[in-house]
Design a protein around this ligand. Structure first.
Ligand code: MTE
Length: 318
């Protein structure tokens, strides 16, 4: 976490007023002012993990009770190939990424294409805190308190047309600030995609913060997407463009190794990666010799998402 940038000014100065105001109002209404100070002894599903300026309200429907991964591990053990292929590279190098000003273009099969700057996005809806299990295709996992709102909130703003069958996510390219750019592992920019129903699903989260604070650069500042029932590579970091399209986009990992990484990438313990099992996972922070955790179908979110895949052969559509 050596590169997490602590705010040099009072957070209220860098946080849109709405974020503060909505959170204060909610705390007041709920009579939960003490929560913001990190009151102990509360059930994990009720207590906010984050107490910083980006800490949103929690809806128990979107909180798992697994032990949280430490804030340090969340931001110092990462995959972010723009900064190199080592897990510590993003923490070492992502501090150079320029995240201000920042805007996200939302275009394609929509009635109202629009460019949102980051403050516009933060004003669209009050932030919520969601504790998500995140499972990497490399068979490690974390439990992370993200701060954001459902991606559908943003997509509804631009009014997708009936031709919008898929959503493509395009992420930032800053060659001068991204040492991994020159490694040519990926044909930049990093591109990911979802089917429109997956993108509109309430679990699909647009993330601006973690642990109550602004998203650190290694995690994909200033805005990323989080899709907790899919392998982590579906969750594009540092988004600059969201395109609604008719054809399935050719996504980065499918382009690199189509026999190893599928478009759907739903977490599935019954379908091994060609080179390793997906039946269990290592929880980051538990120590290398801790027993491995059993991987759950759809990463444990089956009740909420399985119906989107009924009738589909998940071995073929991996
Ligand atoms: N987004 C971009 N732009 N570049 C990347 O290399 N890596 C993906 C995904 N999003 C990646 C990305 C992969 S492989 C994973 S596992 C997750 O981010 C890791 O997220 P985390 O490091 O915040 O846990």
């Amino acid at each position: 976490m050596s590169r997490i940038r602590l705010p040099l000014i009072n957070p209220s100065q860098i946080t849109p007023e709405e974020v503060w105001a909505s959170r204060r109002t909610w705390l007041k209404q709920a009579g939960l002012g003490a929560l913001a100070l990190g009151a102990g002894g509360l059930p994990v599903s009720a207590a906010l993990a984050g107490t910083g300026p980006y800490a949103g309200r929690r809806d128990p429907k979107y909180v798992v009770t697994d032990k949280l991964t430490s804030e340090k591990d969340v931001s110092s053990y990462n995959n972010f190939y723009e900064f190199g292929s080592g897990k510590q590279d993003p923490a070492k190098y992502a501090g150079k990424m320029q995240t201000q000003p920042w805007s996200v273009v939302v275009e394609g099969e929509v009635a109202k294409p629009r460019t949102f700057d980051i403050d516009d996005l933060l004003k669209l809806a009050p932030l919520e805190e969601r504790v998500y299990r995140m499972r990497c295709v490399e068979a490690w996992s974390m439990v992370i308190p993200w701060e954001g709102y459902s991606l559908s909130t943003l997509l509804k703003q631009v009014e997708p047309t009936s031709k919008a069958k898929y959503v493509e996510f395009v992420t930032a390219v800053q060659p001068k600030n991204m040492p991994g750019f020159y490694e040519h592992i990926i044909d930049w920019p990093y591109v990911e995609g979802l089917r429109i129903d997956e993108a509109m699903h309430p679990l699909t989260f647009l993330v601006f913060g973690v642990y109550g604070k602004k998203l650190p650069n290694p995690n994909g500042a200033p805005v990323k997407v989080s899709v907790p029932w899919k392998y982590g590579f579906k969750s594009g970091k540092s988004l600059v463009k969201i395109r609604l399209v008719e054809q399935r986009p050719l996504t980065s990992w499918v382009k690199i190794a189509p026999t190893e990484y599928g478009f759907f990438a739903n977490v599935n313990p019954n379908v091994p990666h060609p080179r390793w099992s997906q039946a269990t996972e290592r929880r980051i922070g538990d120590g290398f010799f801790a027993p491995r955790v059993k991987t759950l179908m759809f990463n444990g979110y089956g009740d909420q998402v399985a119906s989107m895949y009924s009738g589909m052969d998940l071995r073929r559509n991996f």
